[in-house]
Design a binder for this molecule. Structure first.
Ligand code: UT7
Length: 333
């Protein structure tokens, strides 16, 4: 008998109410709607309210996914939350989410994973292993971020790109013979390039020298955008091809490609690199920007809810982020 397979039975997402347009940013710093939209494809991003934390966004997205799945929070036997902007140093945001969605009575494990923008796809890969091994039967995987708290609002190279949000899926164990479900996941990391995309401070390192202690953050996002761009296109292309080859499938078999929503030009270049027509790329970054670990499940949820993704479709998720980390998941819907 085949090992169980993980099937996505519900998706959900959440964006905070406050919207920050390119014109709003142009009123705050030396930038323009023309520059941001032509260089990134982003038109606006959502920003968490002062009293809204990552677990609030995560819980909202999680509840929507549970509702779509017709699943009671008490049925969950694992919660995985991917985030680089946790509410607190500890405990894990996943445990706070567990309480907020009313899933704590099941006493199921809950933990965070940190792979920056690749976090959700890493989380999906980890959850898939828990289901394949028989350890878990119903899993909530969330990607949630409040990057607005760690960007330097005076650095136009980074702050115009990022936004806040959350997305989630509920996975359910189905018999391995089932045609639909996660076919495979593929995860990678290369720590040689930490400096190209990182936060300048942290708990152990402390704040960077000269950092204004009035800031709540321990440091700010620092990104060599141009360099990251090149690595992202190469790695996302390679892992997409790896996922297809592992399943004896071709690019032409893919119905929908859902890459990390970093920059329209990165998405277009990756699609071109693997010879995938652009109309198969789900692109939602125009209205939420780069939401790091939340971006893939946000885009996935939108494409499920507007009916683009249909049963039987082959869906390829692909992400790249700080570390560097990168990963893909191939799903038969
Ligand atoms: O999520 C994880 C992975 N992250 C990514 O994948 C992000 C990858 N990188 C990017 O998306 C792009 O590199 C950015 C959108 C961040 C930047 O776009 P770019 O086309 O690579 O611009 P650049 O950094 O090469 O800068 C070009 C010019 C510079 O001016 P000079 O030196 O040519 O005079 C910048 O100072 O654009 C200037 N610039 C801006 N101008 C207006 C940079 N940011 C802005 C801005 N408004 N917001």
């Amino acid at each position: 008998m085949n090992a169980p397979r993980a099937r996505v039975v519900g998706t959900g997402s959440f964006l905070p109410e406050k919207r920050l347009t390119n014109d709003d940013l142009a009123g705050m710093m030396d930038t323009s709607d023309e520059w941001i939209s032509s260089r990134t494809g982003i038109l606006e991003r959502h920003i968490a309210a002062e009293d809204q934390v990552t677990s609030d966004l995560a819980a909202q997205a999680g509840l929507k996914a549970l509702e779509a799945a017709g699943c009671d929070p008490e049925e969950l036997d694992l919660i995985v939350c991917a985030t680089s902007t946790p509410d607190l140093v500890f405990p894990a945001t996943a445990t706070i989410v567990q309480r907020k969605i009313g899933a704590q009575n099941a006493k199921a494990p809950a933990f965070d994973i940190q792979a920056v923008c690749t976090g959700f796809v890493y989380g999906l890969g980890i959850a898939d292993q828990f289901i394949r091994s028989g350890m878990s039967k119903k899993v909530l995987v969330i990607g949630a971020e409040t990057f607005s708290r760690i960007v330097d609002w005076e650095d136009r190279n980074t702050c115009v790109v990022f936004g806040d949000g959350a997305g989630a899926v509920v996975l359910e164990a189905v018999p391995g013979e089932n045609a639909s479900g996660i076919l495979s996941t593929h995860m990678h990391a290369d720590g040689s390039h930490v400096e190209l995309l990182h936060v300048t401070g942290g708990v152990s390192r402390g704040r960077p020298e000269g950092f204004d202690v009035r800031h709540d953050a321990l440091g700010f996002v620092d990104m060599q955008g141009n360099e990251v761009f090149k690595h992202a296109v190469k790695a996302m292309g390679a892992v997409a091809e790896e996922a297809l080859a592992a399943n004896g499938l071709k690019v032409a078999d893919v119905d929908w490609f859902i890459p990390h929503q970093a920059n329209r030009r990165i998405l277009q270049a990756t699609a071109k690199r693997i010879s995938l027509p652009e109309e198969k790329v789900i692109m939602t970054l125009d209205h939420h920007g780069n939401t790091s670990a939340a971006s893939v499940p946000l885009a996935l949820d939108e494409a499920v809810r507007d009916g683009r993704i249909q049963p039987g479709h082959l869906v390829l998720l692909d992400a790249f982020g700080g570390g560097f980390t990168w990963a893909a998941a191939l799903i038969r819907w």
